[in-house]
Design a protein around this ligand. Sequence first.
Ligand code: GLT
Ligand code: MN
Ligand code: MN
Ligand code: MN
Length: 386
Amino acid sequence: PFAPKPADKFTFGLWTVGNPGADPFGGPTREKLEPAKIVELLGDVPGVHGVNFHDNDLIPIDATDAEANQIKKDFRKALKRTGLKVPMATTDLFRDPVFKDGAFTSNDAEIRAYAVQKVMRAMELGAEFGAKTYVFWGGREGAESDATKDPVVAIKRMREAIDFLCQYSIDRKFGYRFAFEAKPNEPRGHIYNAVTGSYLAFIQTLKHPEMCGVNPEMAHEHMAGLNFVHQVAAALEAGKLFHIDLNDQEFGRFDQDYRFGSISYKHSFFLVKLLVDYKYDGLKHFDSHAFRQSNYDDVKAFARGSMRTYKILEHKVKQFNKDKDIQKLLRQINRKSKAAEQLVSKYSKSNANALLEREFDRKKLAERPLPYEELDQRVFDLMMGV
Ligand code: GLT
Ligand code: MN
Ligand code: MN
Ligand code: MN
């Protein structure tokens, strides 16, 4: 009953299921797979919609034209065989040493120009495979010491690069929508635009805000100790949720990229509830890695599990929305008053005067019951299937 369908728009990345399990203290535990092989692995997992990539996940940074053409040919064949799409593409602006001090915000004007050129080429590559969403994760855009960079200048440089690339996408008729992904730290000591809300503000200062939105990642906001659901809500309410990275993370820990739902059951439930209630129908990308102990069979279990968890939570959300007791409690705690609502819904001088005149029984209002313990326990019972 929890089988995913391509219409669910679940996606994975070449860099996620193809992650060979290295960490800062040890090398890879799985062999490196060619892009076409990763597509085939995903093809063995029913219900996947697509596979996303960074330019260099597909084509190594130093590949010759002949090598690039062969890789693309094999990749395209694998996509055809499996029916997988490439809905999103992005640029690797973090792995190569040239980006050790950032890309768009580097202190070196030539590196900034190179970064913009790299994105232009990567946008072309993504477009070749049909991608319509373009993600910007500024992993190296930051600093360890603020002696090294002016953070105001960094914002201006970022804006200049994005304005340039928006216009390029328009001129080339790629039809991209840009999605900015925040992260507070790792790999930099401090990354600029640390949380989704920062990008929501930044977007409004761009030349083409209409084609720009955000790609919030659950683990990134949890690293910052924030409530992810609220960040996503802000994006949704602003009409800016263009893409979402689902995964999990212990609060306050290093970047863990765990399987969606594996740690934060309750936050994951409320996240899915938000996406269901507000009818989000965009891409749902699992930006997570299987445990380092897993072999590729277990990586498939990881991919199946990610989608299954989402579908189970979706089912629980429907139960929540239908549950008579829960709905009764929700009606009880949301007290309506036509008169009060009319007074403050729209400003007018007469409303303002009427409001100033009105008497409120502060003590009585404070005494109205809010059975939140009861409601919250019902969520727990529901999730646990009790
Ligand atoms: C990297 C990062 C992710 C981003 C990817 C897009 S790359 O794995 O940790 O959160 O979404 O560049
Ligand atoms: Mn991560
Ligand atoms: Mn991440
Ligand atoms: Mn991500």
